[in-house]
Structure formats: C-alpha cells, structure tokens
Design a protein around this ligand. Sequence first.
Ligand SMILES: Nc1ncnc2c1ncn2[C@@H]1O[C@H](COP(=O)(O)OP(=O)(O)OP(=O)(O)O)[C@@H](O)[C@H]1O
Length: 319
Amino acid sequence: MSQTAPCLLSDQPCLQVRGLSTFFFTRGGIVKAVRELDLDLWPGRTLALVGESGCGKSITALSLLRLVPAPGRIVSGSIRLDGEELLQLPAQEMRRRRGNRIAMIFQDPMTALNPVLTIGRQLTEGLELHRGLSGRAALLRAAELLDQVGLANPVQRLRDYPHQLSGGMRQRVVIAMALAGKPQILIADEPTTALDVTIQAQIMTLLGDLQRQQNMALLLISHDLGLVAQNADEVAVMYDGLVVEQAPVTQLFDNPLHPYSRHLLNCIPRRAGQPTETASPTGPFWHHCPARFRPRPTGPPPLQQTSAGHWLRCWPETP
Ligand SMILES: Nc1ncnc2c1ncn2[C@@H]1O[C@H](COP(=O)(O)OP(=O)(O)OP(=O)(O)O)[C@@H](O)[C@H]1O
C-alpha cells in the first residue's frame, strides 16, 4: 500500500483504535491518563474529543502519534492506520507515518514554529522530508501551500520569521506545514484557543475547507462546546481517561445520556471560553453521579450501545 495514498475508501475508518491505555509512571504513583480507548476516524469526517482539563485529550492525541513523553507509556491496545498496526512499527517507520499520514496542529502555533528560521525554510524542510522535494520545487510548493491556507503574498511570507506574523497567520502557516505531507488524518488540539473569536471562525472554516478538499479525517480536541457543535460530526466525551459517551453531534447535544455529559453541557458559557464550572478528574464530579452509593463491580462500567451510533459508559441510574 502506498504510504501517501489518500484515504479514499470513505466507507471504512482510516484509523481504528481499540483498548488503548496510556499511563504515566510517576514517583507519586501511576496516572492512568487514557484508559481502554476505542475510536474510529473516518475520511472526510470530524470526531471531537471533549472534556475538561486533565481528562486525557492531549495524551490521547500524542498516543495516536506515538509521541507520549516520559514517564508516560502506551501500556496496551491497538492503533490501526488503514489496517496497519502502528504500535508495532519500528520507530523510523513511525516517523514516516507522522506528517505523511497523520499530522497534528497544536493550540499555540509558536510551539510548532522555530523562531530563528524563516517560514520558507521551515516549510521546505517538511517538504524535503515528506515529499522528497528540494530547491526551487520545494519553494514553489511551499508558496502554493501558503496560498492554499489563505495567506496573501505567499512568496513574501516565505521570507518572514514567525514573529513578523499575527497569531492567526502563524496558525495558517502551521496548518500549511501539517498539510505538506498530504496527511489522511489531521489531529487539531485546541487549534483556535489562542486566537481571538473572529480569527477562530476563519481557522475553523479553513480546516473544514481543507478537510473537504483532501477527504481528511479530523480529530478535533476542544473544550469549546460551541465550536464542537458547529464543526464536528461526532463527539466523544472524556472523563478521567475514559470515553464516557460518544454519539453523533446533534444526538449528544439534544439528548446527552451520561450525567457528566449533561454536566458539561450545563456548563457551556454564555461567551466563548472555558466552562464556568469545572470538575477535576479525581474530584467533584462523582458527587453528582446518581449511582455512586450503589455497590458495583470494581472498575469502570463498560461502553455500551444505547441506539445507533450512541455509546454510553454508565452504571444504570436505577438498579
Ligand atoms: N508528563 C506527565 N507526567 C505525569 N502525568 C502527566 C504528564 N502529562 C500528562 N499527565 C497526566 O495525564 C492526564 C491527562 O492529561 P492531558 O494533558 O491529556 O489532559 P487534557 O485533557 O489534554 O487537558 P488540557 O485540556 O488541560 O490540555 C492528566 O492527569 C495529567 O496530569
């Protein structure tokens, strides 16, 4: 199978994750950042991962790329990209899959950009690595990519350093860098949080347009439920490392079944930004759990299908 083949089979997921668990082995004990995660990413579709700070969203993303920092480690599970098991690939092969097949953009574009290199240099490096282009061909392609992400005067921009661009322009450059390898899957971790509201909307429109053009699967990580409602096809709600509910976006917003999903939706702020009330993974949310006093087997409840495409991990409210 070609390493750069776009995901054209829209009736099959590009990425299938099963039973993925990632733990941090710290001096203070084991932090179970991601537990028993199952998810599918489909070509041309957006799955949003929501939940508050510390629930495991970013570590999920880093696990999919096999970039979990020490002392963290993937302890079990399977990640299949078009049927190929990523967890068994040699490190060098995995490096090739990153960028070529799965790319990621982060909240703060400055973390992805080198402040002392021009935009042109940074883009052409990626094009050399992932597409084998060099010299003038790489520069031409870099300018095309900047044009594709909506930057005016792309040739001029190639000579700029990151600090010469606005935050929105920098995020467009980062998106261009992510697209350099023509990935099938784009992971966007809070891609607009650092930007002001009008620029946020422009970046989301851009991501949607690029996704349609390239039939990319998008994993959108966000705490902004308004943004998720507008941009996702499906939503997975995470709590304490576990997906507690997953459903098509309208179903989840119209009929959230898990008490934690309801709690999150009740916390949607009137203005864009963080929810006004938060629950820490170890903390207050379980006080709201209606089943908390009932004896139950140890370990979390299983994820069960309640209707087509709607999955729930919850002890029943009535015994
Ligand atoms: N380097 C690390 N060492 C130990 N624990 C870590 C490390 N990085 C993350 N964790 C833990 O893993 C869990 C999941 O963290 P993660 O960054 O995925 O949360 P998140 O949902 O992305 O939060 P945020 O929205 O704030 O980015 C948290 O309990 C966090 O404390």
